[in-house]
Design a protein around this ligand. Structure first.
Ligand code: FES
Ligand code: FES
Length: 170
């Protein structure tokens, strides 16, 4: 087992939104902080006990709460954040649906909520209302009362089923 000195940094490398990034981190650093320091400041921190989901990203295609992973654990993975969803300025269908259905107010939960929705619709392209609510139950919102988020996810599901290759266009 490798033992690290206090403050010793470790080289890590991962792909974020398709771009390879190399950086050095202390082993104790949380992925959420490292991503934000790399400029992905759409990844938010809403709690310190892993319940709010504001830090949700996709890691190797799965939704994870980046506040509850060490950055070193993300070595050699592929990460997607909300910043990588739009392509050439064109919104991803989930982003479009959040806009159309007024599914955000302060916008603080929105990046995590959208990444969770992208993952949910990849897992279940035709979810019931109950499945949507359950699917986003790890993501808290203090503003919207959730109803419009549910409507947005329904609308995005329909749009993705009709026009888009499922999941995302990267
Ligand atoms: S910041 Fe709240 S779950 Fe990650
Ligand atoms: S829009 Fe404000 S917390 Fe969800």
């Amino acid at each position: 087992m490798k033992i690290y000195e206090k403050d010793q940094k470790v080289k890590i490398s991962f792909k974020v939104n398709g771009k390879q990034i190399e950086t050095e981190v202390e082993p104790r650093r949380l992925l959420v902080h490292v991503l934000r320091e790399l400029g992905f400041t759409g990844v938010h921190i809403g709690c310190d006990t892993s319940n709010c989901g504001a830090c949700t990203i996709l890691l190797n295609g799965k939704s994870v709460k980046s506040c509850t992973l060490l950055a070193v654990e993300a070595n050699n993975t592929e990460i997607q954040t909300v910043e990588g969803l739009a392509q050439n300025g064109q919104l991803h269908p989930v982003q479009e649906a959040f806009w159309d259905k007024h599914a955000l107010q302060c916008g603080y939960c929105t990046p995590g909520m959208i990444m969770q929705s992208v993952w949910l619709l990849k897992e279940n392209p035709n979810p019931t209302e109950e499945e949507i609510r359950e699917g986003i139950s790890g993501n808290l919102c203090r503003c919207t009362g959730y109803q419009n988020i549910v409507e947005a996810i329904k609308a995005a599901a329909e749009k993705l089923r009709l026009n888009q290759p499922l999941y995302q266009r990267q």
